[in-house]
Design a protein around this ligand. Structure first.
Ligand code: FE2
Ligand code: FE2
Length: 245
């Protein structure tokens, strides 16, 4: 498959776009995504301060920043939320809402934000957009953060998993190739708490129809790679399972 042009935003579906930064020298790539619905625009995990100029340029190529109505922060890490305060200044929209789990909201407030931060657990883990499209949030506690969530877009059967299904490697591609399991292994062994919680999450999403997994690091998984990754992570010892071994 021809490599996408990483200098620009990359369309993953007709309305979901990768707006991240391909840093050739880094092993950890961050993947912010923009979902452009009929009347709402949702930005997922906008990212860090150093990545902000590139991420924002790609967003501006697609929409007017003030069209962004929601930002989903899947957890509170600096690679997810670091640029939120600059971002909201550029979006300049008094009704901008930032969505996160209440366990993350405690920390996200320390980024000194002006916008309303809404806890997804206070809105029944569902967001209905103006078009009627519904985004569902899945609470994934301690994978790896106590307030971690994932987002499921039923319309495109896309699951935004943030750090889960992430990966680290210098040889990065936006869409997973054949050898994506090793980079995924290293990431999960370092970042995730144990196999028990990881396996529980995978078993939970086995009930959902998934066409693509969009993690915040590593590569987008589609087709047979989804099942391959799930089976791999279900058996992978990580975090505390490995301490002292
Ligand atoms: Fe994280
Ligand atoms: Fe992350």
């Amino acid at each position: 498959m021809k490599e996408p042009d990483y200098e620009n935003a990359v369309a993953i579906t007709r309305d979901i776009h990768w707006v991240g930064f391909y840093d050739h020298d880094a092993r950890l790539h961050c993947n912010p995504y923009l979902l452009i619905d009929e009347k709402d625009v949702i930005l997922f995990d906008p990212g860090s301060i150093p990545h902000f100029p590139i991420v924002m340029r790609k967003i501006i190529d697609l929409v007017n920043p003030s069209d962004i109505t929601f930002v989903v922060a899947h957890h509170q890490d600096p690679d997810v939320c670091g640029n939120l305060a600059i971002l909201e200044d550029i979006i300049e929209r008094p009704d901008l809402r930032i969505l996160a789990h209440s366990n993350s909201v405690w920390f996200i407030r320390h980024y000194d934000l002006k916008s309303s931060v809404i806890a997804v657990d206070d809105i029944d883990y569902r967001l209905r957009l103006q078009s009627g499209r519904v985004l569902e949030f899945l609470f994934t506690p301690h994978l790896h953060s106590p307030g971690a969530i994932a987002t499921y877009d039923r319309k495109t059967r896309s699951l935004f998993t943030s750090d889960i299904f992430g990966a680290v490697s210098r040889d990065w591609s936006l869409f997973a190739g054949d050898d994506f399991l090793e980079p995924m292994k290293e990431w999960h062994q370092h970042i995730m708490p144990n196999n028990h919680l990881l396996r529980g999450f995978i078993e939970r999403i086995e009930e959902i129809e998934i066409e693509r997994i969009l993690p915040q690091h590593g590569s987008v998984l589609e087709g047979a790679n989804i099942r391959k990754a799930m089976e791999f992570l279900k058996e992978l010892p990580c975090g505390y399972d490995l301490i002292g071994k």
